[in-house]
Write a protein that binds this ligand. Structure first.
Ligand SMILES: [Zn+2]
Ligand SMILES: [Zn+2]
Length: 146
């Protein structure tokens, strides 16, 4: 599995990524501030490629969300809106058609993309993991505990 997290050190804004997480037996070093972050590789992570607890903070509460490329999704909508606006007077069919197409493309992306498991406490993201049945979608009440 692949892990991605923001360097927790104050003032450091590095986005750290490592694949596979299982190789991080000696911790993960931030490429920017050189801080070494300890990771805990649980049995579940090592043997089943499944996250039962966050490897970085040990939190056992994680949620699942679709790995939607938000910038791409938004980009498609913006481009469609511009084309729609420009063609509104000259070609009404194109104007509406392009908006409908944008919705269909976004939906298609939504269905083919995978999921990402996210830690409630430190927001570390795990991709390419085996499904953990106990994880649910994002829950605001749960999130407010942290
Ligand atoms: Zn750092
Ligand atoms: Zn965490």
């Amino acid at each position: 599995m692949r892990v991605r997290f923001d360097c927790p050190k104050e003032g450091c804004v590095a986005l750290i990524e490592l694949e596979p997480l299982q190789s991080a037996t000696g911790g993960i070093e931030c490429p920017r501030c050189r801080t070494r972050h300890l990771v805990t590789l649980s049995e579940d992570i090592l043997r089943n490629n499944r996250v039962d607890a966050c490897a970085l903070c040990g939190c056992r509460e994680l949620f699942i969300r679709k790995d939607f490329p938000q910038r791409l999704g938004l980009g498609i909508v913006v481009v469609a809106a511009v084309i729609s606006f420009l063609s509104y007077k000259s070609n009404l069919l194109l104007s509406w058609g392009v908006l409908a197409a944008a919705v269909v493309i976004d939906l298609a992306i939504y269905f083919v993309i995978g999921t990402v498991t996210v830690c409630y406490a430190c927001r570390a993201e795990y991709r390419g993991t085996a499904a953990n049945e106990s994880h649910r979608g994002f829950d605001l009440a749960q999130s407010e505990k942290y």
